[in-house]
Design a protein around this ligand. Structure first.
Ligand code: GLU
Length: 492
């Protein structure tokens, strides 16, 4: 294995770049820079059902916005490419053959229907669902006959029936997982694409990754990975599983409770330095203020640090396993500190770059040009695009014939429908109308509700265009905040 430290992040391009990717990216970046190592960006795009074509470019852009730059990756190249898994399928196929030949994996001809039936039977019998090993028992002749008959197959890992896999997590120490709790994982799907587990291990090895630093949700996958390293006869990397970011109620961070898209934070005017600082606070790798004689101001000041400070003072072994809370109130406080520390010129430039950018004004123009008699009136009709907080009055947002509960339930469903929609006017329109039909709401009811949530009033420039230029991340955030505010009112 390489003596140079080599680490990586391996995001899957399934949507907007996630704050969790930036958090793990930052940690890997710091780890590499502190040790004169290399930081690699690999795109894990083998799950074609969840693939979003625009996602990869957004991931690149968001990480660069934060100043988390990679030494090797799909766009910058490097000696271990290609760095996109969809371009490496031949490599995975060859490695799958090796595993079949050495008996660590086997072909499984069970159909999805058969698997589903057995799964249901296991659940009904109150057993944990897992593969029952049918194809593991096939003789060579049976396998050959199936292949000759052209039956489609997956390839599964032959997990030892007895014993346990033991591995070391650098933050937790030894972790032991009984093989009874490890399923014969599918490594290669019937379409010839590898699953995450196989591709991840093969790539980490071929890319000479020395330290796998990732979120703790992958701990349960690690025994499968360790078995794969052993099956190939490869040396294990070190594993560091970082505590998951949490909502303020300690549940795993989710878009229901927090904006999780980095695009949102950028568009809403968070500064990259503030976001980096905030992410650096997660997990406790930076020295704690510590001194009990500190004033609250001194404690707060100790929480403000730059990337250079993190490179100097961040200690991985200090990371604590209690879930770090992604607290928006704190992030806003930090961002405010950073905004106030800017010079007047820098602040004005930020406004020009983010809030009043030429690109944004160009998009706004067609919406307002024909609707005003003076330029001053632009503010009268488009103020909602420049506001953070919009609070529509109840008698405006609630349709006459609907109850409060019904309307809020509908809004929740509308939010879910729009989350899944491509952010282009026809797609937004189709998503709204499909829900209106399904729920038997009139077009007027639905559009007025959404318009008032977005703009605060019942009359505004055309809604779909407005949503388009306001952007997906911020539009959805406005809906989420409206729902949160209403739920709080309902409770009180
Ligand atoms: N593709 C996985 C993800 O989306 C990578 C997990 C890992 O780092 O092993 O996070």
């Amino acid at each position: 294995m390489s003596s140079t430290v080599r680490v990586r992040i391996a995001p899957s391009p399934t949507g907007d770049p996630h704050v969790g990717t930036a958090y793990i990216g930052l940690l890997n970046y710091i780890y590499a820079k502190q040790r004169g190592g290399k930081f690699i960006l690999r795109i894990e795009d083998t799950d074609r059902t969840r693939f979003v074509p625009t996602s990869e470019a957004m991931i690149f852009e968001a990480l660069r916005w934060l100043g988390i730059d990679w030494d090797e990756g799909p766009d910058v190249g490097g000696p271990h490419g290609p760095y996109r898994q969809s371009e490496r399928t031949e490599i995975y196929r060859a490695h799958t053959s090796t595993l079949i030949e050495n008996g660590s994996a086997y072909r499984c001809f069970c159909t999805p229907e058969e698997l589903d039936q057995r799964r249901k039977a296991q659940l009904a019998a109150k057993m944990a669902p897992r593969y029952d090993g049918t194809c593991r028992r096939l003789t060579k002749e049976q396998v050959d006959a199936n292949l000759a008959a052209g039956k489609s197959f997956t390839v599964r890992l032959a997990v030892p029936a007895e014993g346990a896999t033991v591995f070391r997590d650098e933050l937790r120490g030894e972790i032991t997982i009984d093989h009874h709790n490890v399923d014969d994982q599918v490594l290669m799907k019937s379409d010839g694409f590898p699953t995450y587990h196989l591709a991840n291990v093969v790539d980490d090895h071929l890319m000479e990754i020395t330290d796998v630093i990732r979120a703790e949700e992958w701990i349960s996958s690690t025994p499968k990975h360790v078995l794969l390293y052993k099956a190939f006869g490869w040396e294990l990397p070190k594993f560091w599983h970082m505590p998951l970011l949490r909502n303020t109620d300690k549940s795993k961070i989710s878009k229901r409770k927090n904006p999780v898209s980095l695009i949102y934070y950028r568009q809403a005017g968070f500064l990259p330095q503030a976001m980096l600082n905030f992410l650096g606070l997660m997990g406790g790798g930076m020295p704690a203020p510590g001194d009990h004689n500190n004033t609250p101001e001194q404690n707060r000041a100790a929480e403000i640090f730059s990337m250079a400070d993190m490179l100097e003072r961040f200690v991985f072994e200090r990371i604590s396993l209690g879930g770090p809370v992604f607290d928006l109130v704190k992030l806003k406080w930090l961002n405010g500190e950073y905004l106030r520390a800017l010079s007047k010129e820098e602040f004005a430039q930020q406004m020009r770059d983010v809030i009043f950018s030429d690109a944004f004004l160009a998009k706004l123009t067609p919406l307002v040009q024909n609707r005003v008699e003076t330029l001053a009136q632009v503010g009268d009709i488009a103020d909602f695009l420049f506001k953070d907080n919009v609070v529509p009055a109840e008698d405006v947002w609630m349709p006459k014939k609907r109850s409060r509960e019904e309307t809020l339930a509908f809004t929740g469903e509308l939010l879910a429908a729009l989350e899944g929609a491509e952010w282009a006017e026809p797609a937004i329109d189709a998503a709204i109308r499909a829900l209106l039909t399904a729920k038997e709401w009139s077009v007027k009811e639905g559009f007025t509700l959404l318009r008032t949530i977005m703009t605060g009033t019942a009359s505004s420039p055309p809604l779909l265009e407005s949503l388009g230029i306001f952007g997906k991340a911020r539009s959805l955030d406005r809906m989420r905040r409206f729902l949160d505010a209403q739920k709080k009112i309902s409770k009180s």
